[in-house]
Design a protein around this ligand. Structure first.
Ligand code: ZN
Length: 236
């Protein structure tokens, strides 16, 4: 029997910075890998000639303000704090102007990554979903509601773990800037209202542990404090 309130695995809704629900569905998350040189260097990865794209399903999304429940039986689970763009209009093969008009929110997302699993997948040439798309792998903050991205494309953001600064990001240092990235994505996959784009992580990724306290900061806008807990996925 279909139980209506269990059709989505979480009760997540996109919300504004002021705590109101945003009237958009919860869609897919399109992510970019290797968009900051300092992170490419820390991982000894190669620079991609075109943005390296992957996706997380809507079931990966959870509220960053709630305790982050990570798997504890699948090796290291790493933090990757990224700027998240909330898409408000359908975009397909868009121009930068259309992309700008379609962005209706700016927030932060964590691209939680099972790093040991990802290394195994990379080594055998397999796609990354097992490492990056599990339930809860995409905690999102509330969004600053905007009309477009036209006048403000520079943001800095920080991740503190147990009071220590571990990531310090600046969108000016992206290899593919945000609007160009959204256009590029829209050439590959149609973006729908309620989809989210994660724009890549700067250096400072590392393992999270149960009990860690996390602070994610979008400079001059907001700060989210949360905790990490850990449970068996049964998926060793
Ligand atoms: Zn990432």
């Amino acid at each position: 029997m279909l139980v209506l309130n269990e059709t989505h695995s979480s009760t997540y809704l996109h919300t504004s910075q002021s705590g109101h629900a945003i009237d958009l569905p919860v869609g897919k998350v399109v992510c970019v890998g290797r968009n900051y040189m300092d992170h490419i260097q820390e991982m000894s990865n190669e620079v991609s000639d075109v943005p390296l794209l992957f996706m997380k399903p809507s079931t990966a999304i959870v509220d960053m303000q709630k305790t982050l429940d990570i798997p504890c039986d699948q090796g290291e689970c790493h933090n990757e704090l990224e700027i998240a763009l909330l898409i408000g209009r359908r975009l397909s093969k868009s121009t930068e102007d259309e992309a700008s008009q379609a962005i209706s929110g700016i927030g932060l997302g964590l691209d939680l990554t099972l790093r040991d699993e990802q290394s195994r997948l990379k080594a055998s040439g397999q796609p990354w979903e097992r490492a990056k798309s599990f339930d809860g792998s995409c905690p999102l903050s509330p969004f600053l509601v905007v009309d477009s991205l036209k006048h403000k494309t520079c943001f800095t953001f920080q991740l503190m773990i147990n009071g220590q600064l571990v990531q310090n990001g600046d969108t000016n240092l992206m290899l593919t800037p945000m609007l160009k990235l959204v256009c590029e994505i829209s050439k590959c996959f149609t973006l729908l209202p309620g989809d989210v784009v994660l724009t890549g992580t700067p250096k400072g990724v590392g393992p999270l542990h149960a009990g860690d306290s996390i602070e994610a900061i979008l400079t001059d806008h907001f700060s989210i404090s949360t905790q990490v807990s850990c449970s068996e996925s049964g998926n060793k």
